[in-house]
Design a protein around this ligand. Structure first.
Ligand code: NAD
Ligand code: MG
Length: 405
């Protein structure tokens, strides 16, 4: 393994930097702190770390990284967090307002690694401060893409994609003019059921769906990868991040997850980014941007790999791909509904309330119900979007008994 030396850090970076991590106890948060922990002591100054409920890990991280403040979203855990931090010098806080306050504290770099639309409000707060935001939380853009990107433009801040495909596209573009782009192709591993029939998928258990072949990730995104809704969400994410039309975005199944994205230009040239599947690669890119930092990721050995394979996506077996595309061609409100319904359905599957194939059925039924119940157009404010998100969650929830197992 390549262990970065302090010398390499000094040569490649011009820090120190103040950093805040929202969702510090999740997979992305832990990887981010791993990278920060490998840097020389004075490089990163951790300001705030946040989590939803995991007091024990949050306190441990905050003490180890000498954070100024640790915030737990679940207010009932405030005393547990305060006790765990007693004598450490790290301040404890809890609840939604405390999360907002922490996001409003200006830092050099903010990692948005909360899962789901719950990350939208704090990430927008960070954007408004002009903080450079590393965006792992794709649901922000699916829920409120236009509003979110409008705020990024208004604050004139830097948004650094962390999702591996979007980081790959960002790295391939690398500040170049974008008018010659013909296509952006996001690769997909295909997940654990890439070769399964619909019939076989009907009996899938949460344990089977949680066993991703290439990536170790939080439960929600792992289920999204199994249904391939993850790629649907990522097409919507890419649409908001890059100056292309929906028709210029494609998906290519690539089971080895080595090439993360391909950017094709009008002269037929394709620029792609490759690396072993380890989220510390795109996270380190966002952390060191505009430079590079050493990362302890495995080095790519193409001779040993021998071959890379590719297949077209199959939206008959994986209808989430079709649904996400239809949503992208509709108004932004459809995208808000898609995300909310998917969050409810994925949790219901993980709680063993519904079967695997019902996840997408609930998403589709919620979209149909929302058409008749609510106004899906002209959503301009955050409150309007969050109202629709809440309404879509209620509709999806009301459908669960119909699909109960
Ligand atoms: P995770 O489930 O491992 O962690 C989620 C984090 O968010 C935890 O720290 C949790 O405490 C916090 N959180 C959850 N609900 C919250 C709430 N209501 N309020 C405040 N905090 C809350 O998830 P993850 O795999 O680290 O993914 C995080 C985000 O990054 C997701 O949006 C995911 O799609 C995206 N992403 C992850 C990966 C990956 O490899 N894990 C890759 C690409 C993109
Ligand atoms: Mg991805």
């Amino acid at each position: 393994m390549n262990v970065p030396s302090p010398l390499a850090f000094t040569e490649t970076m011009t820090m120190p930097r103040t950093v805040t991590i929202f969702g510090a106890t999740g997979t992305i948060g832990v990887h981010t702190l791993d990278l920060i922990g490998r840097a020389p002591d004075s490089f990163y100054d951790v300001v705030a770390l946040t989590a939803h409920q995991n007091v024990e890990l949050l306190a441990k991280q905050a003490i180890a990284h000498r954070a100024e403040i640790a915030v737990i979203g679940d207010e009932s855990k405030y005393h547990a967090l305060k006790d765990a931090l007693a004598g450490s010098g790290v301040q404890a806080a809890a609840g939604e307002q405390a999360l907002t306050d922490a996001a409003q504290q200006r830092v050099d770099w903010y990692m948005a690694a909360i899962v789901g639309a719950a990350g939208l409000r704090p990430t927008l707060e960070a954007v408004r401060q002009g903080t450079h935001v590393a965006l792992a939380n794709k649901e922000c853009l699916v829920t409120a893409g236009e509003l979110f990107m409008g705020e990024v433009a208004a604050a004139n801040t830097v948004l650094l994609p962390v999702d591996s495909e979007h980081s790959a596209a960002y790295q391939s573009l690398d500040g170049k003019p974008t008018d010659g782009i013909e296509r952006i192709v996001l690769t997909a591993s295909g997940g654990p059921f890439r070769e399964w029939s619909r019939e076989r998928m009907s009996a899938v258990t949460p344990e089977q769906a949680l066993a991703h072949p290439n990536w170790s990730m939080g439960p929600k995104i792992t289920i999204d990868s199994a249904t391939m809704m993850n790629k649907g969400l990522e097409i919507i994410e890419a649409y908001h991040l890059f100056p292309v039309e929906a028709s210029q975005l494609d998906i290519l199944v690539h089971p080895q997850s080595i090439i993360h994205c391909l950017v094709e230009y009008c002269d037929g040239s394709v620029l792609a980014q490759m690396s072993c599947p380890d989220m510390r690669a795109p996270i380190s890119y966002s952390l060191a941007w505009p430079k590079r930092m050493p990362a302890p990721t495995a080095r790519l050995d193409l001779a040993q790999l021998g071959k890379l394979t590719f297949e077209p996506p199959d939206d008959t077996r994986f209808p989430a791909l079709r649904v996400a595309r239809e949503v992208l061609e509709s108004t932004g409100g459809h995208s808000t509904v898609l995300n909310a319904a998917n969050e409810i359905a994925v949790h219901a599957f993980l709680d063993r309330k519904i079967g695997f194939l019902s996840i997408i059925k609930i998403v589709e039924s919620t979209l149909e119900l929302a058409q008749s119940h609510t106004n899906l157009k002209d959503l301009t404010t955050l409150d309007e979007i969050l109202d629709l998100d809440g309404e879509a969650r209620r509709l999806a929830q009301s459908l669960l008994p119909k699909f109960a197992i």
